[in-house]
Design a binder for this molecule. Structure first.
Ligand SMILES: Nc1ncnc2c1ncn2[C@@H]1O[C@H](COP(=O)(O)OP(=O)(O)O)[C@@H](O)[C@H]1O
Ligand SMILES: O=C(COP(=O)(O)O)[C@@H](O)CO
Length: 585
């Protein structure tokens, strides 16, 4: 149970504020997260890590010399936004490029990928690397689909220590890839975590049982077994890890390995030590030489009761990097020289509030309808916030309601501001898109940003947005979401609703129906399509390992999209003529 919070939606921000206040010796707050208190030395590659909140010490607690140069910090269990990541990376950049590192989750992959593109446009060489160490989340033949769990630590550390040695960006990336390929984790759990403000844990495990193959977002295990003794737990973890060695490791005997026994949040350190005693013995029997083991909480999931074992199979280079000193709020090793004092506070580079481009009278008028529609979106998300969280918790991480609320509220604020400054419909939507993606983070934040951006581009700031233009914008939004997320119809995502919605709308408009009628038909098909996702098995993202559990429950993102299309219809029928003067159908 998370007991101490104020507004649950503010939990991540407030935790970050307190964290930075408590750790000024190591870190300095910047927009989007934290960077080291000391400047990145000129010519040193900066390693910027990041992910959702709720995993402390990942990610902010791992910022400091010998480890990360900065961390982008997202909302609870949701990736930071591309905007946040870009801001942290710019503040951490020492002139030699940036490696962005994160766990392999859809939201992180989307946002860190977009951030790398934006950094490249800023003239900064930025690369990405997703840690995918969790054996339970996909088989060895699909290892690129695996989630990142406590293997984050040794992989981040290898790359960061390589950067600290002065290696060039290409070499730092090579080290990250090698460490990633040689790192595997597996875990077990006895209960799920309870998010701030929620009444129930994300999953429960029956008394005297354990979940096998945990995730770090309250994903239940992929199997269930009787509660083991500490020694039996150690044997399960070690045996599983020894079953799948990296390609270039012929057998365990004679190998050297970094070992991390990680507590997920509410397993006592003493319990971890009892388990570690047997882990060390079993690895010894298998002929593995343990190098600098870590036992403790390194990548957590709020108050989840669980633990995971990570092995990084070392070669000479990886061993040197694993042993290298580090000094961060939550991870310290060896000794470092006193830090070189800063030449001054680097300025956090903020984008100036850009001027609103000129717009026609018609488009400014239509912007009022766009704003009303966004307000209706935020209101319907607000009404359904708990239901969306509950649906998402069945096979996902339970944060869909929180993320949608943060995103839609921010979108309304940005839209209202742009509207007040005389923006046209296109610019109002573009500003709303950026605010949604930035504030919500997560998969749905990136995708909703893309939806609003596509609509904004189609409507523009000159013409009155007629039915053809709206239908074209929705069609482009559907294509953009498929392009970005890589999901197709049938994968059990919002795409299952967006595609029929766009197609029905376009067909009805082509048929000569007025926008309100066409939208009505399309919203009805969206509602039906969302309900039909209950019968599907997820094939994308975090819900995939728990496919069967989600049978009978619709996809959260599909459901929220259907609710939103219906709410927007309510606005269109209230303002049909007023704001669509050129709707000539
Ligand atoms: N690859 C994808 N393409 C399209 N939609 C996706 C994809 N992955 C997830 N989604 C949608 O995102 C929703 C989850 O959103 P949310 O919980 O806010 O993000 P996160 O899973 O990052 O926490 C899912 O219910 C699904 O509809
Ligand atoms: O949850 C996280 C990011 O994944 P999403 O796909 O955005 O949910 C985060 O906690 C780990 O980085």
């Amino acid at each position: 149970m998370t007991r101490l919070f104020n507004d649950p939606a503010a939990f991540a921000d407030e935790a970050l504020e307190g964290f930075t206040a408590a750790h000024r010796r190591w870190v300095r707050p910047v927009t989007g997260g934290v960077v080291r208190a000391t400047r990145t030395p000129a010519g040193q590659v900066a390693v910027v890590i990041g992910g959702g909140s709720g995993h402390y010490p990942a990610f902010s607690g791992l910022v400091g010399r010998g480890l990360a140069h900065g961390a982008a910090v997202g909302n609870v269990f949701a990736s930071p936004s591309a905007q946040q990541i870009r801001s942290v990376a710019r503040a951490a950049h020492g002139g030699a490029g940036v490696l962005l590192m994160y766990g392999n989750y859809a939201g992180d992959v989307l946002h860190f990928g977009q951030a790398a593109e934006r950094l490249a446009a800023d003239g900064i060489d930025a690369r990405t690397f997703a840690v995918a160490d969790d054996m339970a989340s996909a088989g060895p033949d699909e290892s690129a689909e695996r989630r990142g769990i406590a293997g984050d630590l040794p992989v981040f550390k290898a790359a960061a220590a390589a950067a600290e040695q002065g290696l060039a960006l290409d070499d730092v990336v090579r080290v990250a890839e090698r460490a990633g390929a040689r790192t595997r984790s597996f875990g077990i759990a006895f209960s799920g975590c309870t998010l701030p403000g929620a009444d129930h844990p994300l999953f429960t495990v029956p008394e005297a049982r354990m979940a096998v193959g945990l995730g770090i977002h309250g994903e239940p295990g992929i199997g269930e077994e009787p509660l083991p003794t500490a020694d039996e737990a150690a044997r399960l973890l070690v045996d599983t890890l020894l079953q799948e060695l990296p390609e270039d490791v012929p057998g365990p005997r004679g190998q050297r390995a970094a070992v991390v026994l990680n507590g997920l949040g509410s397993v006592k350190y003493e319990e971890l030590f009892v388990v570690y005693r047997k882990v060390a013995a079993l690895l010894g029997e298998a002929g593995v030489e343990i190098v600098d083991p870590e036992v403790g909480e390194l990548v957590t999931s709020f108050d989840m009761a669980g633990l995971s074992l990570t092995l990084t199979w070392l070669d000479e280079e990886l061993e040197e990097l694993w042993r290298a000193p580090a000094d961060t709020p939550a991870f310290r090793k060896g000794t470092l020289d006193a830090p070189v004092p800063d030449a001054g506070e680097p300025s956090a580079e903020e984008d100036a509030d850009p001027a609103v481009p000129p717009a026609s009278e018609d488009s400014r008028h239509a912007a009022a309808t766009v704003l009303a529609a966004l307000e209706a979106v935020a209101a319907t998300v607000d009404t359904h916030v708990e239901e969306l969280g509950r649906i998402d918790a069945v096979a996902g991480d339970g944060d869909h309601g929180i993320g949608m609320r943060r995103g839609s509220t921010a979108a309304c604020g940005a839209a209202a501001d742009a509207h007040a400054r005389g923006a046209g419909a296109g610019t109002v939507l573009a500003r709303a898109a950026d605010a949604w993606a930035d504030r919500a983070g997560g998969t749905s934040g990136a995708l909703w940003g893309a939806i609003l951006r596509s609509l904004g581009t189609a409507l523009g700031d000159r013409e009155a947005p007629d039915a053809d233009r709206v239908a074209a914008g929705v069609t482009e939004a559907s294509a953009a979401v498929r392009r970005l997320g890589g999901a197709e119809v049938g994968d059990k995502t919002m795409v299952d609703v967006l595609v029929p919605f766009a197609e029905t709308l376009a067909a009805a408009v082509a048929d000569g129906q007025v926008l309100t009628d066409a939208w009505d038909l399309a919203a009805t098909s969206a509602t039906e399509a969302a309900a039909a996702t209950a019968a599907l098995l997820p094939r994308k993202g975090r819900a995939r390992p728990h496919a069967e559990k989600s049978l009978g429950t619709p996809d959260a993102g599909a459901h929220s999209l259907a609710l939103i299309t219906r709410a927007v219809h309510g606005v269109l029928i209230r303002r049909p003529h007023e704001d669509h003067p050129h709707d000539h159908h």
